[in-house]
Design a binder for this molecule. Structure first.
Ligand code: 13P
Ligand code: ZN
Ligand code: NA
Length: 283
């Protein structure tokens, strides 16, 4: 069965590796990251955005993720990414998600605390992990758009107060990364990660994982980042593989002919991320 991501991430923080959390949109993408985890014996977090939950339906996603978890030898969790809607969070928990993110980072601190507390209350009773965000991660993720000048770093003292007030078991502090690919390199505030990690003992979550250079990922993990979200890069390799099939044969009409290479591309990209996160053999 699917497991809660709380123990997976606690172990990752304690032993200084990161768990890859991959945003999937199709059965083939889901299978690709599961194969990557299985082949490398890495713990895995499957995640879906709100848009994908609406596109596929939470029951279909849970069913596919459950089959994967039951067949796999590695632990697999299913996470709802960046959700602002309490009712959808409850619906996903009822359907079988084992981890949820309440993203109330667009609200003032007190309101973020209040909304997160409300989710912690229902999710904890169901044995489901909770992730909350402090500060604002820049870039575009589904319907959440944060302009560069509105992106805001998390304050370390606020992080400590936030975890204390909410009891949230995982925290995503904004520290300079952004959703999507970077123009050049990300501007990661490593000192801030270290400071936050010194004040907060819950596992930290690194958003905007696509495009972060390997050395910087490793440094983030060594400082306390225990989960890294990867969305854009696997969407790009998946789509590029399909485009190249159609470029060669515009009349191709057998989905297996373009899904097989697309799946392979996602699997390879996922293995690369698991390798830089140090999760190989940690299942
Ligand atoms: P990227 O699209 O940069 O990989 O960010 C992923 C993410 O943070 C999803 O929540
Ligand atoms: Zn994110
Ligand atoms: Na990114």
């Amino acid at each position: 069965p699917l497991v809660s991501s709380t123990p997976l991430l606690a172990a990752a923080r304690a032993h200084k590796y990161g768990v890859g959390a991959f945003n999937v949109h199709t059965l083939e993408m889901l299978q690709a990251v599961v194969e990557a985890a299985e082949e490398t014996q890495s713990p895995l977090i499957l995640q879906t955005t709100v848009g994908t939950v609406k596109h596929l339906g939470p029951e279909y996603i849970v069913a596919a993720a459950n089959v994967a978890a039951n067949l796999a030898s590695v632990p697999i969790a299913l996470h709802l990414d960046h959700c602002t809607d309490f009712d959808l969070i409850v619906r996903c928990i009822r359907a079988g998600y084992t981890s949820v993110m309440i993203d109330a980072s667009m609200h003032p601190f007190a309101e973020n605390v209040r909304l997160t507390q409300k989710v912690v209350e229902v999710a904890r009773a169901a044995g489901v992990n909770i992730e909350a965000e402090l500060g604002k991660v820049g870039g575009v993720e589904d319907d959440i758009v944060v302009a560069e000048h509105d992106a805001l770093m998390a304050d370390p003292d606020e992080c400590a107060r936030f975890v204390e007030l909410t009891g949230v078991p995982t925290l995503a502090p904004a520290i300079g990364t952004a959703h999507g690919m970077y123009k050049g390199e990300p501007n990661i505030d490593f000192d801030r990660i270290g400071l936050i990690a010194s004040k907060v003992d819950v596992p930290l979550v690194l958003h905007g994982g696509s495009g972060i250079p390997e050395e910087q990922v490793k440094r983030c993990v060594s400082l306390g980042m225990a989960k890294m979200n990867i969305a854009t890069e696997i969407r790009i390799v998946f789509s590029d593989a399909i485009k190249s099939i159609f470029a060669q044969n515009p009349d191709e009409n057998d989905p297996r002919k373009y899904m097989v290479p697309a799946k392979k591309a996602v699997k390879e990209a996922a293995i690369a991320k698991m390798t830089m996160l140090g999760s190989i053999g940690k299942a």
